[in-house]
Design a binder for this molecule. Structure first.
Ligand SMILES: [Cu+2]
Length: 351
């Protein structure tokens, strides 16, 4: 949906700019750096960008690349891969495990790509927010503080009572700036889920960065594996109706510069979540390998053996694979445009 301040005459769409620039310069799309693909000046001040500051060193087999150092962004997608936050654990009088987390929403400017600062809305200062991990049947309490500039909520995917749904207008509803609320429910069903803000207008409240993974482990567990989380997202940096950058775990091109380290023959389990706004479909493709896919992670029996899957917004699932050979293998959105705007990376397999 176009917003009136961003009509095509004021703010050309990313696609228009990309193809216009490509035609004018008569160079392949894949050779364009992101600096050329993104507006230099944003009348809505959604993003500030120093002219010519986006790097384009094209160092990866002809693909444009250049990720921002995690130290400058303030969080590290590689650390997020294996950062399962199990909360503060105690035991209830009935013997059940209680897990508690503190989550604070606040506004934070994040350098998502070299020279590109995104005015994010975050849970705990990072995009995606913390990846909450629980075992099926655990009691959960999420102590939410809104320290941001707008009303927010936390809406969990899972089974719970209406007043714990984090939906504006139901139960506590919108949590206003300065207010707190504790969401309380049980971890069910097992699977790979997510949480996100559910305040209107919904698209920007999600797209600004208010989302994260919510993993519920089956009671009996799963086979031992190198387990990781990949949250697929996008960044609308010009205030239009599409995205200018795409990533896994928050920083475009990060896994090109910092390949995911895995061991030959070891079972790798990826919790893959699509929280992309403004584009209807995202996808995941791995090179030179196949994986078993468990949609939503709610079954212990895979539905498919493939090398490519797609997810609509809010969909997620578990991928399980073993790499039989050492070396570097790409993984990326099979939508080439998303890949070239940041959603690509490498697995690096060692003996
Ligand atoms: Cu919100």
């Amino acid at each position: 949906m176009k917003r009136p301040l961003h009509s095509a005459s004021v703010m050309p769409s990313r696609r228009g700019m990309l193809f216009g620039a490509a035609a004018a310069a008569a160079v392949p799309l894949s050779m364009l750096g992101r600096g050329q693909a993104v507006a230099q000046q944003d009348p809505m001040d959604h993003t500030t960008m120093a002219p010519g500051s986006a790097s384009n060193h094209g160092g990866h087999a002809g693909f444009p690349s250049g990720s921002v150092p995690p130290g400058r962004a303030g969080f590290d997608p590689t650390a997020i891969l294996r950062d399962f936050d199990k909360g503060t654990v105690s035991t209830l009088p009935d013997g059940r495990t209680l897990r508690e987390w503190d989550i604070t929403a606040y506004d934070r400017d994040i350098e998502i790509a070299p020279g590109v600062t995104f005015p994010g809305w975050t849970y705990n200062g990072r995009i995606p927010g913390p990846s909450l991990w629980a075992r099926e049947g655990d009691a959960l309490r999420i102590h939410f503080t809104n320290a941001g500039s707008h009303p927010h909520t936390i809406h969990f995917h899972g089974v719970h009572r209406a007043e714990m749904d984090g939906t504006a207008g139901i139960g506590a509803g919108s949590i206003l700036p300065g207010q707190r609320f504790t969401y309380e429910f049980d971890a069910e069903p097992f699977g790979t889920h997510l949480y996100h803000c559910h305040q209107s207008p919904l698209a920007p409240h999600i797209a600004k960065g208010l989302y994260g993974a919510f993993i519920v482990e089956p009671k009996a567990g799963r086979p031992e594996a190198d387990e990781m989380i990949m949250v697929m997202n996008g960044y609308n940096t010009d205030g239009g109706d599409d995205n200018e950058f795409y990533s896994v775990n928050g920083l475009p091109f990060h896994f090109m510069d910092h390949p995911v380290q895995v061991t030959k023959g070891q079972l790798v389990r990826i919790h893959l979540i699509n929280i992309l706004e403004y584009d209807p479909i995202n996808s995941f493709h791995v090179h030179a390998n196949f994986f078993h896919y468990y949609p939503t992670g709610t079954s212990l029996t895979p539905s498919e053996y493939t090398d490519t899957i797609m997810q609509a917004q809010g969909q997620r699932g578990i991928l399980e694979m073993r790499f039989p050979h050492p070396g570097k293998y790409m993984f990326h959105a099979h939508k080439t445009e998303f890949a070239e705007l940041g959603w690509m990376g490498f697995f690096e397999v060692s003996e």
